[in-house]
Each structure stands twice: as C-alpha cells, then as structure tokens.
Design a binder for this molecule. Structure first.
Ligand code: CA
Length: 229
C-alpha cells in the first residue's frame, strides 16, 4: 500500500520543514503548500489528510477550510497561533476535525494525525462502486472513475452525482438537489440542474439518451439507478 499522503499548508518554512521531517520519519508522504493559491491548486490531487495553518499570506485558512468542506470530507487539522476558545470553536464549526495551537509539539501533531486517520478508516465507505465497478465514486478525493478512467467533473457536478448515488433509487426533486449542493435556491434553478445533469450524463453514461445511472423521473426529478457492488 502506498504511503498515506499529507498536504501541509503553512507559509512559515521553518515550521513546515519540522512537520515534514517528523511526518516523513513516520512513513507519510508529505507535500507542502506555502500559499492558499498553491494549496487550492494542489488540492486537485488526492490526500489522506490536510494540516492547515490559518494565517497565510494570500488568504485566510478559514476560507480554504469552508470551501474545501463544500466538496470533501478529508480529515483536516487546523494549525494556528489563534488560541482563544472562540477561535477554536469557529475553526471546528467550519469543519476542522482537530485544532492544534502554536507553539506545538511535533510529536503530538503526528499523534493527532494518526488518530484522525484511524477515525477515517473506521468511518463510512470511502469509495462507492456501481455496476461491477463501471462507475466508482471516491468521496474523500472527490473523484469519479468510469471503467477506471478518472472523469473531469466540476465540483457541482460531483456533488450532484454523489447526492443521488448515496441513495440509489430515491427520487430527488430539482429543488432538493439545488438546496443540497448550493445551500439555497435561486430563480431558474430547475434549468440549471437540468444542465448539470445533462453534463454529468455525457461524462458517465455510454449513451446519454439511454442512461443507466441518472434517470429522469418525469414530473418529479431525478434518481440514480446504478446497482451498488
Ligand atoms: Ca502562517
């Protein structure tokens, strides 16, 4: 099995190098991003856990965390000099799994990384697989594969597909879909959802006219009809 991959988002080189050396010594594969922009770019790849410094030169860690949580359940440990209870609660409210205050013990950080990874492994299925592996959805990496080939879905397309695939055969109305993936509705959302579904079908179906995964339920909405493996 490949090493577990950790993305460290931290602009202070001294700190990121200490974290890197401790994690690598423990067998992790470490990638460091020094800015928020670099981090968002690197997040297109798949990691097992993220360590996120809250104060970055170009953007604050909170906004990285909340945008990440829009599409991924990847374990995230916040690292910060902000130590007030309010800051910690805010961080956890944004979806951080744990919170480490600077200055910190690198060994304790590694222990917390291990604890988070154990939790993930015990948790829900990470990969959903349908129709004998024809379609696979990796919820941690936000990736979907068709016959083993990665599909280039947008974040919204991925979230719609996951929403439906998590509950096979359940009919979702367009309003339910827009609420679940955007968090609000807006004028014309039904046509927007139809357009997203059309795009997803073009990517996941052999014949979008005869879908075997995303079926239209006339007058009601859409449902996922793949067979779980
Ligand atoms: Ca910093």
């Amino acid at each position: 099995m490949a090493d577990e991959r950790i993305l460290v988002i931290e602009d202070e080189k001294k700190i990121s190098e200490i974290i890197r050396s401790y994690l690598e010594r423990d067998g992790f594969a470490v990638t460091v991003a020094g800015t928020g922009a670099e981090a968002l770019h690197l997040l297109k790849d798949c990691y097992d856990l993220i360590i996120l410094d809250l104060m970055l030169p170009d953007m604050d860690g909170e906004s990285i965390c909340s945008s990440l949580r829009g599409f991924s359940d990847i374990p995230l440990i916040m690292l910060t000099a902000k130590s007030s209870e309010e800051d910690r609660i805010k961080g956890l409210g944004l979806g951080a799994d744990d919170y480490v205050v600077k200055p910190f013990s690198p060994r304790e950080l590694v222990a917390r990384v291990r604890a988070q990874l154990r939790r993930t492994k015990r948790g829900e299925k990470k990969v959903l697989s349908f129709n004998n592996g024809t379609l696979r959805i990796d919820t941690l990496c936000m990736a979907a594969l068709k016959a083993g080939e990665p599909l280039s879905l947008t974040v919204t397309e991925f979230r719609i597909l996951l929403l439906l695939a998590e509950k096979p055969r359940m009919v979702f109305s367009r309003l339910q879909i827009v609420n679940a993936v955007q968090g609000y509705d807006f004028e014309g959302y039904d046509r927007v959802i139809d357009a997203h579904i059309k795009n997803i079908r073009h990517k996941i179906e052999d014949n979008p006219q005869k879908p075997v995964f995303l079926k239209t339920v006339y007058g009601a909405g859409y449902k996922f009809i793949g067979t779980p493996d």
